[in-house]
Design a protein around this ligand. Structure first.
Ligand code: GLU
Length: 508
């Protein structure tokens, strides 16, 4: 194992960052921090056709929101830069050439038509035709052409790619940190392109060269990269020595209601799959993210960590520091983890209750502002958040739960009051207004006492007047304790709302 732990998240900037991607970031980050190592972000943008404007910024915005700060990246600097593969273009060519020199790769000059023709030719055994040990000797490449012909084609600047020469019969194996020992048969693998006609490396070459140059010690990546592992192992073996290869862990898939979690599942079942909102620059389509849905980064990170890992106990709520402390690869599951949106919301609710109100404040203020409510009374807002946060699962719910503290309800649910309304209650509320006006102490405790005494004099039960009182104050049958609400609203506002309520009920 390398001396220092250095891990990398290596996204291709092609679109929104989905749950699986953020979980990969998170496990990389946790492992790095746990082992006092470095967490590196490398932008893998060698495929110019897939490059999407804005996607790189978006990735860093996601990391910012999650609080997973890289130690080295395009934005954070570091000694192993550049951290964008398109700026490392000159690095790769020499390695591709070295592979050719050593007989492990070759130039291929085939045109698109020639490749298509090869694919369409029946294989004889019903297998799919691919560029491999069975077909390569029928193609136009440096294995079939003479040295002179090759040199001539190169001198004429004929477009070419460099392909790996996959061994005909070799068992390739490695030990995955999560899955154990895995074997691949080289005979069924194709001769992957390593260097493209535009001089850019493909992912396979670039990933190996950069993991070497950046001294990466461990690679955590999604299970979808497992089929590429044998190509990478061979490249390590040919270029840098298999013994220098980073340790690999292929993380299991995240599963949605129908197998692999997809953006389509999100649209169908109404849950987000991206961390942050993503707008496709070509279509203009916007997909809402967890942030916009009203998740707290703490809740998001927490549920994501537990999708495929646990600390061996029943503990479910973890701060980022606790995750770092408890994280171990041994406890990462080797089968797919089911994403359950209801459970994700449960985590968020737990965090809503747990987080200090001052931390929640800016996000709540934002929600209120979005709904046209500008709050300057921070002290009051703090009290309100304290009071209602346990009733909110997602941030937007704060509007319904908190706005009535700052603006009187425009209408009240008088239907909730009228069926049981009578003269006795009317007299009670008139007396209540009077008693409240005279109250010197407007704390929840004092208000409870005032009300209890008054119901007794009016031969009513507290239960009979609490609902109408609540509806008059907040507009409907919701909200925290009535006396807590009144304490925050204060004397003048509470009395005003009860009087308004009485006149609405009288007119109905
Ligand atoms: N660029 C690859 C991706 O987009 C990285 C795969 C890897 O981590 O090796 O996910």
């Amino acid at each position: 194992m390398k001396e220092k732990v250095r891990v990398r998240f290596a996204p291709s900037p092609t679109g929104g960052l989905h749950l699986g991607g953020v979980r990969t970031v998170l496990y990389n980050y946790l492992f790095a921090k746990k082992n006092e190592g470095s967490f590196i972000v490398r932008i893998e943008d060698t495929d110019q056709n897939r490059y999407v404007e804005g996607a790189e910024d978006y990735i860093f915005d996601c990391l910012d929101w999650c609080g997973l700060t890289p130690d080295e990246s395009v934005r954070h600097g570091g000694d192993f830069g550049p951290y964008r593969q398109s700026e490392r273009k000159t690095n790769y060519h020499q390695y591709a050439e070295q592979l050719v020199q050593d007989g492990n790769a070759y130039y291929a000059f085939d045109t698109a038509e020639e490749l298509e023709k090869m694919r369409q030719t029946p294989s004889g055994d019903n297998s799919v035709q691919q560029y491999d040990h069975r077909t390569r000797m029928n193609m136009r490449n440096s294995l079939t052409l003479s040295t002179d012909e090759v040199n001539q084609l190169l001198a004429q600047k004929t477009p070419y790619v460099i392909r790996i020469k996959m061994p005909e019969e070799e068992q390739i194996s490695f030990t995955d940190l999560i899955r154990g020992k895995l074997f691949f048969d080289s005979g069924v693998l194709d001769d992957k392109v390593l260097l493209k006609a535009d001089g850019m490396p493909t992912y396979h070459l670039a990933v190996v060269v950069d993991d070497f140059l950046m001294q990466i010690s461990h690679v955590f990546r999604g299970e979808e990269w497992l089929p590429s592992a044998p190509v990478h192992i061979l490249l390590w073996k040919y270029l840098f020595g298999e013994e220098n290869m980073p340790a690999w862990a292929h993380l299991p898939l995240l599963l949605g209601p129908n197998g692999k979690l997809s953006k389509r599942d999100g649209a169908k079942y109404g849950f987000p799959v991206y961390a942050l909102q993503w707008t496709d620059p070509t279509t203009g389509d916007t997909t809402e993210g967890f942030k916009e849905k009203g998740f707290l980064p703490q809740g998001f990170i927490n549920f994501l960590a537990l999708l495929g890992w646990n600390d061996g106990s029943e503990k479910e709520i973890f701060t980022l520091d606790e995750l770092i402390h408890s994280f171990s690869l041994q406890r990462v599951h080797n089968s797919g983890a089911h994403f359950d949106y209801e459970k994700a919301k449960w985590y968020n609710h737990e965090w809503m209750k747990k987080l200090d109100t001052t931390i929640l404040m800016p996000a709540v203020n934002e929600v209120l502002k979005k709904n046209g409510l500008k709050i300057t009374a921070n002290e009051k807002l703090e009290k309100v958040i304290d009071l209602v946060k346990e009733r909110c699962t997602l941030l937007p719910e704060f509007y319904a739960q908190a706005s009535f503290f700052f603006q009187a309800p425009e209408t009240i649910d008088s239907q909730a009051i009228l069926p049981k309304w009578n003269e006795q209650k009317k007299q009670f509320f008139e007396a209540l207004v009077n008693n409240l006006e005279n109250a010197s102490d407007f704390s929840a405790g004092a208000l409870t006492k005032i009300l209890n005494e008054l119901v007794a004099t009016h031969q009513l039960k507290p239960g009979e007047v609490m609902l109408p009182l609540r509806v008059m104050l907040v507009g409907g049958k919701f909200g925290p304790g009535v006396f807590d609400i009144m304490e925050i609203l204060g004397k003048t506002e509470s009395i005003k709302r009860i009087q308004q309520g009485l006149s609405i009920v009288a007119k109905a």
